[in-house]
Design a protein around this ligand. Structure first.
Ligand code: UDP
Ligand code: MG
Length: 322
């Protein structure tokens, strides 16, 4: 399905912000230029907006968003009642923006994702794609540590059976239609990168160079990245439980060999030795058992939070409605 570009669809750019007072002014300056450019070249309608999502920031982020909105109608914002984390903030933004927009692009507040890729994303959208994934062509500007851990993350996810687009974070274009379907994915343990490939429709990829964060600090320290990865895996794949099962089978097979060994040793009457062997067995087997229980417990925990189905975000302010 080709879309006629004369239609000039309304674009909303959704940006989750958590303690981003240092970057917001500069981000706004760059985006204003870009949006004006897209509007004058008639790629998007002049009703298009940039929507900041204040994720319960503890600094002046929301004041700055309000100030920007008063000065410039091109910018709008919503505020969450408290900090809910990047994925929930992004979801809140997407679900709000789809009420006003035909097409939505999500990106981070620090503009690490090159905003000039938006043109190509829109081209691909008008060619008939419902999802356009922004993919990092290189991570030269990331630190060695961030690059290795992040790329390891995508490889590990794929090994665990989760279908994610390699080196794609949350810089993506989605049509309103896709967002309407996204609303049906009610999961509380949210991992958006895994959900979009599941929704389907025709999609394409745009490559861009990832920049450095120009100010402020990363809100994703290693601890958060690890828990994000673990959440992603356990929300989309039960392969870890299968690994536990395989481990159990393997250890059971060994235990039969050990049983035979023990009987033979008993028969020949050498039963005094073997303290080291027993101690090692106890610790290894108990450790593996606890590990396995822990993995299964993770899934029980997921069921626990999913059955409660608590709201994923609460919007306290929406500048579009004020
Ligand atoms: N963010 C958020 N809520 C949080 C943590 C982060 O909305 O609890 C936002 C943050 O403001 C930024 C985006 O998520 O726009 C990505 O965060 P960051 O740039 O720190 O992550 P990195 O690029 O280092 O992975
Ligand atoms: Mg960043």
């Amino acid at each position: 399905m080709k879309r006629k570009q004369v239609s000039q669809d309304i674009l909303y750019v959704v940006i989750p912000c958590y303690n981003e007072e240092e970057v917001l002014e500069e981000t706004t300056r760059q985006l204003k230029e870009k949006m004006k450019d897209l509007i004058t070249t008639k790629k998007i309608s002049d009703k298009s907006r940039v929507m900041y999502v204040n994720d319960g920031s503890k600094d002046k982020t929301w004041n700055i968003i309000e100030k920007i909105h008063r000065k410039e109608k091109l910018f709008t914002g919503i505020s969450l009642s408290r900090n809910r984390g990047h994925q929930n903030a992004l979801l809140a933004g997407l679900m709000t923006a789809k009420n006003y927009a035909d097409v939505v692009i999500s990106m981070d507040a620090d503009l690490q994702d090159d905003i000039n890729a938006m043109d190509e994303m829109l081209d691909k959208y008008y060619q008939g794609n419902d999802i356009v994934y922004g993919v990092r062509s290189s991570r030269k500007k990331d630190t060695w540590f961030k690059r290795t851990t992040a790329e390891g993350f995508y490889k590990f996810m794929n090994k665990m059976g989760v279908d994610v687009v390699y080196n794609h974070a949350d810089y993506r274009l989605t049509s309103k239609r896709v967002l309407d379907y996204l609303e049906n994915y009610k999961e509380v343990n949210l991992f958006l990168r895994g959900i979009f490939p599941l929704i389907g429709f025709s999609s394409d990829i745009v490559y861009y160079e990832r920049n450095e964060r120009f100010a402020g600090e990363s809100k994703y320290p290693l601890k958060k990245m690890l828990s994000f990865a673990w959440d992603g895996i356990t929300s989309f794949s039960i392969r870890p439980i299968k690994l536990v099962l395989n481990l159990g089978i393997f250890i059971f097979a060994i235990s039969i060999l050990i049983l035979i060994y023990c009987l033979i040793v008993k028969l020949f009457g050498y039963t005094v030795d073997g303290w080291t062997f027993i101690m090692c067995s106890i610790w290894i087997v108990a450790g593996l058992e606890m590990l396995s229980l822990g993995i299964i417990g993770e899934y029980v925990g997921k069921i626990y939070s999913e059955t409660k189905a608590r709201p994923r975000y609460i919007i306290s302010r929406n500048l579009n409605e004020e």
